[in-house]
Structure formats: C-alpha cells, structure tokens
Design a protein around this ligand. Structure first.
Ligand SMILES: [Zn+2]
Length: 392
C-alpha cells in the first residue's frame, strides 16, 4: 500500500490495522456508503478471504479514489487456520438474540469467542450509519456452482443484488436459522450473501473479486473508470449466469441430522434441473427423492453441514413487480382483516395465522407482502414483516 492510500486507512473506535480480523480498511476523502465485506465465516471457504486480500492490494497499489468506506473482515479465524467449516459449532447458525445474550454474558467455546469478537467489531463499524451501509457475506459451496447470491426478501436488498448480475435466491433464511445477515440486516443495512463457486475451485476467488468490484461501483464507492477491467469482470458474471433466471425462491429443504446416513448421489451441479420423484441422495431408509420439480440447490458434498439440499424455482418478474407495488401500498394492513389472521400482541410486526380457518395459500401471499415465515406449530403459522423493506 502506498503512502496516500495508507493515510486513508483510518484507525479509530478501537479498530486498528493490527486487529487480526481486519483484512483491509480504506476510507475515502469524499462521502459515501460503507461497504463491509465479511469472508470466511466458514473456515473451509477461504476463497472469499483471498478475494478480499486481492481487492485491498489493488486498491492500495493503484491509490484508487474512494467515496465512503470499504472494510474487509475475516470470519472464523480458528476454523480458517484449520481449513474446517467450524470446530465446535457453525458460526453462521448462532446469530439469534437469545444466543447472543448468552454469549455476551459468557463466551464458552472457540466459536462463541469468535462470534463475540466479530459482533463487537461489526457493531463498532455500523454504529450511527446502519442505514448507509451495505454488508456482503462471502461464501463458497461444496458442489460445483456458478456464482449467485442469497438474501432476505426486502425491496432494498433485491434492488441492490439485481445490479450484481448473478442469480438471486430468496427465502433461504426461512429455512436456515441464526444466519449472521438475518440478524444484522434487521438493523437497517442492505445485506447480501454471495456464493462464489465451489470451495477449492480457483475461479471462485475470481468470481468473488468480480462481484466485489461490481458491488463497490454499484454502491457508489468507486467509479467504474477506476476499476481495472470493470466491463470484463461484469461480463464474466453475466456470462456465468447464462440463460438462468435472475430470481429464484427456495421451495423445499432436506435437513440432515447426525446419524441419518445422508449422502448425496454424485455429480449434481448447483441449479441443475430435477423432476419430482427423481432420486437425489440416499439415507438409512433408502433413496431420497426430489419432493417437487425445480432446480437442485446447494447439494451437500462435504461431511460438515446440516442442509442436504434445497429445491428452488424461478420467480417471475411480474411477481417481483406486484410485490413491490403491494408493499409500497402497505397492503399487509388489509391482510389483518382476513379470516383467521391476528396480530401478535407481543410483536406488532408479527401476524399469527390460524391454519384451521385460513386454509388458502398463506405463505405465498405473505411473501408477496414482505413477510417471512418464522415458525409453524399447533395449527398456527407466524409471519413477521421485515423491517427496512422499502426504506431505512
Ligand atoms: Zn459458507
């Protein structure tokens, strides 16, 4: 890093370059958003960390003019050193208010200490500018894959992710509990999870880097003219997507529990089309088949992990447009008038649906209105409205 760039590397609020978790930090002289990149939350996914290192190396070497601030953080340092997804617990499944309260009181195992350190750093960085921040969380997959992103379905997240050129998958956070972005996203920043490709594929580093440069230009931190090979990078993302739809939704998940003997059948690529009833994996009871037609998503080809596979389907642009209009009109206020729908007394943003009364297609309607399903039990389904859907 040259001297001018080094001068822009800010050291304040206890976050210094010597913090082992900070891969890079550059603050521009002109105002702009903060783009915070987190990589290696899973220790067997170092491609994101490599891409962030390359990004800061180039920014420093070229003395690139920056608006706002760019920060890169490494996630599970211990697991990264061991090349394992995690040592004791998955660092991307413990971000719930209850768990964090207990970890703050007394961090126990190695991942709890990692989580507390990371949380304090993120809170420090976000403080007072939650709504002007964009957080990217970089991952890779055990199966071969083109790059894609996942996000909580807010209009703001969607609009930002659309500019990254890669397919967007909605609804994964309804299936996976305790993900970092779900927790931090509730505070106001735009949050996008980026998957660069297969863990050990060298092109995953390239794709992550292409996405980072694209995101920084689209966020307004960098001018396209200052990015080396900007159009080539963007073009590589467009080409990787090929003829695939821009948006997909998660339709089903096959969970894996310890001892159920789950093993994917070999050779499935992410987003490969599957038909209903097609054998995809095996477990103790025999063949595991696709519950419906769609595309296989995140097939598990590693030992650690609790998601066997998902099934996703394309979302039509007309659905996206309709949901934008309905959410702007706050149509959900009318949903409370439907039979069997009540507002939760404890949580004003949560609606409880009595499934014995409301027998219609509840989940798609609430997705359209910007709600996520939280749980379903005892004949009731709970849906919560995402805050910061349209604005901050
Ligand atoms: Zn991951």
């Amino acid at each position: 890093m040259n001297r001018a760039a080094a001068r822009r590397t800010v050291q304040n609020s206890g976050i210094t370059e010597s913090n082992r978790r900070v891969v890079g930090r550059v603050r521009g002289t002109r105002p702009g958003p903060m783009v915070l990149v987190i990589a290696g939350l899973h220790g067997n996914e170092p491609a994101g960390v490599r891409a962030v290192e390359r990004l800061f190396h180039t920014l420093g070497a070229r003395d690139t003019p920056v608006r706002g601030e760019i920060v890169g953080l490494a996630g599970n340092l211990t697991a990264l050193a061991h090349g394992r997804r995690f040592l004791v617990r998955d660092l991307n499944r413990s971000w719930t208010r209850r768990r964090i309260a207990s970890i703050r009181a007394r961090p126990g195992d190695v991942e709890e200490s990692e989580q507390l350190e990371l949380l304090e750093l993120i809170e420090d960085l976000l403080r007072g500018r939650e709504s002007e921040s964009i957080i990217l969380d970089l991952h890779t997959t055990s199966s071969e894959s083109i790059p894609f992103c996942t996000l909580g379905d807010t209009i703001r997240n969607r609009e930002f992710a659309r500019r990254l050129e890669i397919p967007v998958v909605l609804g994964i956070e309804e299936q996976i509990h305790g993900a970092l972005l779900e927790y931090i996203g509730a505070r106001g920043p735009v949050t996008v999870g980026v998957e660069g490709g297969q863990h050990d594929d060298p092109s995953s580093v390239d794709y992550h880097e292409h996405v980072l440069w694209t995101a920084l230009v689209q966020a307004g931190c960098l001018d396209a003219a200052d990015v080396p090979d900007y159009e080539t990078r963007r073009g590589a993302l467009v080409q990787a997507r090929g003829g695939l739809s821009r948006f997909f939704e998660v339709r089903a998940r096959r969970a894996v529990s310890e001892g159920d003997g789950f093993a994917m059948r070999p050779g499935f690529r992410n987003f490969e089309p599957v038909t209903e009833g097609q054998p995809l994996a095996d477990d103790r009871r025999g063949a595991v088949v696709a519950p419906e037609k769609g595309r296989i998503f995140l097939p598990l080809y590693q030992e650690q992990g609790d998601d066997g596979f998902f099934i996703v389907r394309p979302i039509h642009e007309s659905w996206l447009r309709l949901s934008t209009v309905l959410r702007h009109l706050r149509f959900d206020r009318l949903a409370r008038l439907l039979p069997g729908v009540h507002r939760s007394r404890r949580r004003p943003d949560t609606l409880l649906v009595d499934r014995r009364v409301a027998r219609w297609q509840v989940t798609p309607l609430f997705h359209l209105l910007g709600y996520r399903k939280r749980r379903e039990a005892l004949g009731y389904a709970a849906f919560s409205r995402r805050r910061h859907d349209l604005k901050f």
